[in-house]
Write a protein that binds this ligand. Structure first.
Ligand code: NDP
Length: 449
């Protein structure tokens, strides 16, 4: 509940203007509830219209993306880029290709990204983009033609000093490569820092592919150690999703001594009590681009269940939601509590509904919001840009070490902010406040822009 009069007034304005954007409202509400704890100490924010400006993206671009499918039929999708906030650096944030993409989803992601990028301590503002295009079931040629058409409009809005996109759901190495190829062709410059998540032969960074999943586990390990005197060792882990974030979260879980017993995709989940075999899973998802049900066809110890939501009924100590927004509701959270889980760490952006967060927190589980625990991806994108500017490549170990230390620092910043704001151990409040204060300070310093 928002009670502070300034926060309340701004939130009601957002509801009036953007009431048709539920995901955006949800993200704003969560952050405003945390800011209750600090807004009274900053009367200057209201005079400067700081929050009114913060809830309005600096720029929204929406465009037509026409392309021709393999049968010769003309198809038209809608493209977006929301340049959310550039107070602390050029806009930075991924592109999502998924049928569920609309302006509300991209705005919520840009809003979250602004606070996340602030937490990384790197100089990056927040942005996000994408399209309602579905790469699933499309040929490589179709995906290439779509990416080329998308970039033919997007290129005029981005640049290494203005806005630097990366991947997200539906945008992996293949898509980033096609997007970069078209950008380079149009501008006739090898401006590597304009996109991150690139292939290793053209300016990509080692460990970027692994970064979000690995970073999630580094963050979770810090929280478990500091707040529960626990670790991944001997723990059972359930991970939703089986895409980029989920795959490398699973790999790191095993490296830290945990056992991953269930993973999902949007159709269903597999339960394998002897531990998901990542060799098989990676082959299904990375090489064959097939459904997760295939895993159960090929691994005798596994069972497949239709419907991904019930994955939270699988008994575990640690839950890592790594698929999409609002994928865990109150029921899912209650099932985790009933099964004795000790922590939920978000790999996806906003995967828990507000009701699920309340259940998890009220029952004493550790909970971390995605803007903190999944920040390793964008942090390593920042490291990719640094390497591009320096025209050199760091080793896997060097990047991984920097990622590890960034995630430890993000955890410490969230924990310290939770203590300073009188809610020790509440990592959601800590992440929202720590992320916001830096952006607020930069916005205040730069005047009314
Ligand atoms: P991928 O496209 O690689 O994988 C997404 C996975 O989630 C797939 O298994 C997909 O299943 C599943 N999924 C997608 N939508 C839904 C849905 N509505 N319900 C259930 N399952 C769903 O994406 P990423 O792994 O890159 O991203 C996953 C999450 O992590 C997103 O929230 C993203 O914003 C966030 N994130 C990603 C970062 C990155 O570096 N990639 C960085 C920080 C956050 P299916 O194949 O059936 O669609």
């Amino acid at each position: 509940m928002i009670t502070n009069t300034y926060l309340k007034r701004v939130y009601e304005d957002v509801c009036r203007r953007d009431g048709h954007e539920p995901e955006f409202l949800q993200a704003v509400q969560e952050v405003f509830e945390s800011l209750e704890l600090v807004v009274d100490q900053h009367p200057e924010w209201e005079k400067a219209g700081l929050l009114e400006r913060f809830v309005e993206p600096e720029r929204v671009v929406e465009f037509r993306v026409p392309w021709v499918d393999d049968s010769g039929t003309v198809r038209v999708n809608r493209g977006y880029r929301v340049q959310y906030n550039s107070a602390i650096g050029p806009y930075k944030g991924g592109l999502r290709f998924h049928p569920s993409v609309n302006l509300s989803v991209i705005k919520f992601l840009g809003f979250e990204q602004t606070l996340k990028n602030s937490l990384t301590t790197l100089p990056m503002g927040g942005g996000k983009g994408g399209s309602d295009f579905d790469p699933k079931g499309k040929s490589d040629g179709e995906v290439m033609r779509f990416c080329q058409s998308f970039m033919t409009e997007l290129y005029r809005h981005i640049g290494q000093f203005t806005d630097t996109p990366a991947g997200d759901i539906g945008v992996g190495g293949r898509e980033v490569a096609y997007l970069y190829g078209q950008y380079k062709r149009i501008v006739d410059r090898f401006e590597a820092g304009v996109l991150t998540g690139k292939g290793l032969t053209f300016g990509g960074s080692l460990a970027r592919t692994q970064a979000t999943g690995y970073g999630l586990c580094y963050y979770a390990a810090e929280a478990l150690k500091n707040q529960k005197n626990e670790s991944f060792e001997g723990k059972t882990v359930v991970i939703s999703g089986s895409g980029n974030v989920a795959q490398y979260a699973a790999e790191k879980c095993y490296q830290l001594g945990g056992k991953v017993v269930a993973m999902s995709d949007s159709q269903g989940y597999v339960y394998d009590p002897s531990g998901i075999d990542l060799k098989v899973l990676f082959d299904i998802k990375q090489r064959r681009r097939a459904r997760i049900s295939v895993y159960a066809d090929e691994v005798p110890s596994a069972q497949y269940q239709e419907g991904c939501r019930n994955i939270w009924n699988v008994k575990c100590h640690i839950a890592l939601p790594c698929a999409s927004q609002n994928e865990m509701d109150e029921e899912g959270a209650k099932a985790l509590v009933a099964n004795g889980a000790i922590g939920v760490f978000e790999g996806a952006n906003m995967p828990l509904t507000p009701e699920a967060i309340a259940v998890v927190q009220q029952n004493g589980l550790l909970y971390s919001p995605g803007k903190a625990s999944n920040a390793g991806g964008v942090a390593t994108s920042g490291l990719e840009m640094t390497q591009n500017s320096m025209r050199l490549s760091w080793s896997f170990e060097e990047v991984d070490e920097r990622l590890h230390s960034i995630m430890k620092n993000i955890y410490a910043a969230c924990y310290d902010a939770s203590v300073q704001s009188g809610r020790p151990g509440d990592l959601m409040v800590g992440a929202n406040i720590a992320g916001f204060l830096k952006v607020a300070e930069a916005m205040m310093a730069q005047g009314i822009v």
